[in-house]
Write a protein that binds this ligand. Structure first.
Ligand code: CO
Length: 173
């Protein structure tokens, strides 16, 4: 299966701000094409992660690939369906994040330093990943999970970054 390029919704599209619904495992087959298209679309834009609501599908699916590009064509991201995440310690870290729904923007967000995630893969098999040794992956997991809740950089950024997002949004319209 070869994916196709999907349009990415940008802030302040209302779909991005609504919570997504779980995928019914009985209909997982119907989601394979969407997942393939999300993979194609994320790599096309050289993104680290993409959540289904960003392509207008309010289902609890996201993909992540934080590996450096190194000139190689990447085809095989982590796929998370109906994920649950939890922090593994109390540390919180502030760092800048980008988002394909806020092109050209970076905003600092405070996140749990490390999380673990339990989700289903494309075959519907449950897996758990402990990202305790990988802060960037932990950040990506939290960022993409937030998309499934309708929570965006615009909700999380503070101070001057929040103002920068307002200006960015105003400059688009
Ligand atoms: Co994002």
């Amino acid at each position: 299966m070869v994916g196709k390029l999907l349009p990415i919704l940008e802030y302040p599209n209302a779909t991005l701000m609504r919570p997504s619904v779980p995928v019914d495992m009985g209909s997982l087959d119907q989601f394979q094409e969407l997942i393939e298209d999300m993979i194609y679309t994320m790599y096309y834009h050289e993104g680290v992660g993409l959540a289904a609501p960003q392509v207008g599908q309010r289902y609890r699916i996201f993909i992540i690939d934080q590996r450096p590009i190194n000139g190689n064509q990447k085809t095989d991201p982590w796929v998370f369906i109906n994920p649950k995440i939890e922090p593994v310690n109390d540390n919180r870290v502030l760092r800048p994040e980008g988002c394909l729904s806020f092109p050209g923007l970076l905003a600092e967000v405070a996140r749990a330093e490390f999380v673990k995630v339990t989700a289903l893969n494309r075959k519907g098999e449950e897996f758990t990943m402990d990202a305790s040794h990988h802060h960037l992956f932990s950040v990506a997991l939290q960022h993409e999970y937030d998309h499934l809740e309708g929570t965006l950089l615009s909700d999380l950024a503070k101070g001057k970054d929040r103002l920068a997002i307002k200006k960015w949004a105003a400059s688009k319209s």
